[in-house]
Design a protein around this ligand. Structure first.
Ligand code: SAH
Length: 196
């Protein structure tokens, strides 16, 4: 009964683009997420120069944090506005190029080369396009994915992981009968079955 109320709900890509256009982006955290600070050591595990993936990245400021620490950051975001705002709000020069493997997709890369943001649907990417990752910061991503797409999303994420990788996942806990989401309520038991 608990997740039943959200199971059929769908937010279309068009609706996400509209949220960005209207400035309905209450999910964006100007100051970055305290849980990344708290669990940074778990993500990095003493390693440097990692490849870190940001699925459904929006304009998350944590991408800048990690790039400034010397890691290489790759994000995927359907809104071109979000991607452009990320670079302009951090005064980062970038270049823009088509992604030959994905029709209509563009890749925006900081001139310094350490931040690459793909503007397309997450479901269009694969490890042959974006490579594999040592770490994933999943905040506002699994919980933003439509419930019917969760399995597909989780399988894709697993396919993008290097052998010794760390995956930090932020979920939200609340009564799904009281809010329609997103963010959706993803119970612990479902996370177990999705990621093992
Ligand atoms: N992770 C970010 C943004 C969370 S909101 C943060 O922490 O701030 C979810 C984001 O996913 C929105 O910016 C939305 O435009 C984007 N999005 C939604 N569906 C997507 C899809 N299928 N592929 C890529 N991006 C998507």
């Amino acid at each position: 009964s608990d997740i039943g109320s959200q199971k059929e709900r769908v937010v279309t890509e068009e609706e996400w683009l509209q949220k960005w256009e209207m400035g309905n982006i209450g999910f964006h955290k100007e100051q970055g997420h305290p849980l990344l600070q708290k669990y940074l050591d778990v993500l990095l595990n003493g390693r440097s120069g990692l490849r870190i993936f940001f699925p459904l990245c929006g304009k998350a400021v944590e991408m800048k944090w990690l790039a400034d620490m010397g890691h290489s950051v790759v994000g995927v975001e359907v809104s071109e506005q979000a991607v452009k705002e990320f670079f302009s709000e951090h005064s980062l020069p970038y270049c823009e190029e088509p992604v030959p493997e994905i029709s209509g997709a563009k890749m925006f890369q900081s001139t310094s080369g350490n931040i690459s943001l793909y503007c397309c649907s997450i479901y269009d990417v694969s490890s042959s396009i974006v490579g594999k990752f040592d770490g994933v910061w999943d905040r506002g991503a699994l919980v933003a994915v439509n419930p019917c797409d969760r399995q597909r999303y989780a399988s894709l994420m697993i396919s993008l992981l290097e052998k010794n990788s760390s995956y930090l996942l932020v979920t939200v806990s609340y009564d799904p009968n009281k809010h329609k989401g997103p963010p959706f309520y993803v119970p612990e038991s479902e996370i177990q079955s999705l990621f093992g």
